[in-house]
Design a protein around this ligand. Structure first.
Ligand code: HEM
Length: 293
C-alpha cells in the first residue's frame, strides 16, 4: 500500500502492469541504502545496485513508450515529461531522480509508522478504544459502502495525535540534511560555508523537558495542536525542506487505521522483536492474529 499509492500517482497507466516486478527491484534498492557499504556479490549493498539498475531500466522504458505515444497522461510523470510552464528543463536523469526520491521517501516511512501504530495500540487499550470510537462515529454518519472523504479525515483529531505520538516514539527519519550557505558559529564552533550537515533530530523526540514522560505512549499530548508546529518538532523536518508528503503520509496511515479498526480486532502472536535503532524495524515481522470486529 505505502509504495503502491505514490507509484500510482506517478505512473497511473503502468501501475497495474509493471508494479509487481518494479516493487521487487525497488525493495532491493531500499535494502541496499540501509546496509553496510560493501559492494561484493551476495551483500545487500550489491543487490541494491542491481535493484537500482533495473528500476532505472524500467522507468526509462516507461518514459520512452510515453514519448512515442500520442496519448496525454495526467499523472505526475506526465507532468514531469511535458515540463509545461517550467522555467527549467529537467534532464532525464533529474526526472528519474525525482521519481525515485518520491517513491523512496514515502515507502518505509508510511509502512513502518503504520506497523508501529498497530503495535502501540495493542499495548495501549485505552488509546485503541478512543481511536475506535472516533472511527465508528465517522462510519455511523455514512452508508456502509461510502468511502471516507476529506471532511472525515479532517475530523480525525485523535487519529492524527496517535500518528504523531507513534512517529515520536518510533522515529523513522533520524535527522535532516542541510548545507551551510554562509560561515556560521554554533556554540563556539565555526561551521565553514558549503559544509554538508546532518542535523540529528532523533533525540529531541525523547527530551523530557519537551515531552514529559517521553517513553510513555501518550497521544493525548498532541491534542494541543500547537505541539505539532513547535520549532523543535522535526518529525516531518522543517523550514523550506519540510516533507512535501507530510499530509499524504498522514492521510494514508489514517485511512489504513480507519478500515482496519472498523473491520477487525487484532492480537499479537508470540513475542515480536522490535528494533528502534539505528532504524525502526521488526526484523521478523510483526505477527498478529486478525478477526472480524
Ligand atoms: C510518516 C510519514 C513520513 C515521515 C515521518 C516523513 C519524514 C520526512 C522528513 C523528516 C524529511 C526531511 C525533511 C527536511 O529535510 O526538513 C522528509 C523529506 C521528504 N519526504 Fe517525507 N515523510 C513521510 C512521508 C512521505 C511521503 C508519503 C512522501 C511522498 C510520497 C514523502 C516525500 C518526501 C520527499 C520527496 C522528501 C525530500 C524533500 C526535500 O529534500 O526537499 N514523505 N520526509
Amino acid at each position: 500500500m505505502a509504495l503502491f499509492i505514490p507509484f500510482k500517482l506517478i505512473m497511473e497507466t503502468e501501475s497495474a502492469s509493471i508494479y509487481e516486478t518494479f516493487k521487487r527491484e525497488f525493495d532491493k534498492l531500499v535494502e541496499g541504502t540501509l546496509s553496510l557499504p560493501i559492494n561484493i556479490p551476495g551483500t545487500s549493498y550489491h543487490h541494491g545496485f542491481q535493484g537500482r539498475k533495473n528500476v532505472i531500466r524500467m522507468l526509462k522504458g516507461v518514459m520512452e513508450k510515453r514519448r512515442a505515444s500520442s496519448m496525454t497522461q495526467d499523472d505526475m510523470l506526465g507532468y514531469l515529461l511535458r515540463n509545461e510552464g517550467s522555467k527549467y528543463n529537467l534532464s532525464d536523469e533529474e526526472i528519474l531522480d525525482q521519481v525515485i526520491t518520491i517513491l523512496y521517501s514515502g515507502y518505509e516511512t508510511v509502512s513502518t509508522t503504520s506497523m508501529m501504530a498497530v503495535k502501540y495500540l495493542l499495548d495501549n487499550p485505552r488509546a485503541l478504544q478512543q481511536l475506535r470510537e472516533e472511527h465508528l462515529a465517522i462510519r455511523q454518519r455514512k452508508n456502509p459502502e461510502d468511502p471516507i472523504d476529506w471532511n472525515d479525515y479532517k475530523s480525525m483529531n485523535f487519529t492524527r495525535a496517535v500518528i504523531f505520538e507513534t512517529s515520536r516514539l518510533a522515529t523513522v527519519v533520524n535527522g535532516v540534511l542541510r548545507k551551510t550557505t554562509k560561515e556560521m558559529e554554533l556554540n563556539g564552533f565555526v561551521i565553514p560555508r558549503g559544509w554538508r550537515i546532518y542535523v540529528y533530530t532523533r533525540e529531541i523526540n525523547y527530551d523530557p523537558f519537551l515531552y514529559p514522560e517521553p517513553y510513555t505512549f501518550n497521544p493525548w499530548r498532541w491534542l494541543d495542536n500547537s505541539l505539532e508546529s513547535h520549532n523543535y518538532c522535526f518529525i516531518f523536518g522543517g523550514g523550506t525542506r519540510l516533507c512535501p508528503g507530510k499530509e499524504l503520509g498522514i492521510v494514508q496511515i489514517s485511512t489504513f487505521l480507519h478500515y482496519f479498526l472498523t473491520s477487525y480486532r487484532w492480537e499479537e502472536v508470540g513475542s515480536n522483536k522490535i528494533v528502534k535503532f539505528p532504524r525502526v524495524e521488526a526484523p521478523n515481522g510483526l505477527h498478529i492474529r486478525v478477526s472480524k470486529y
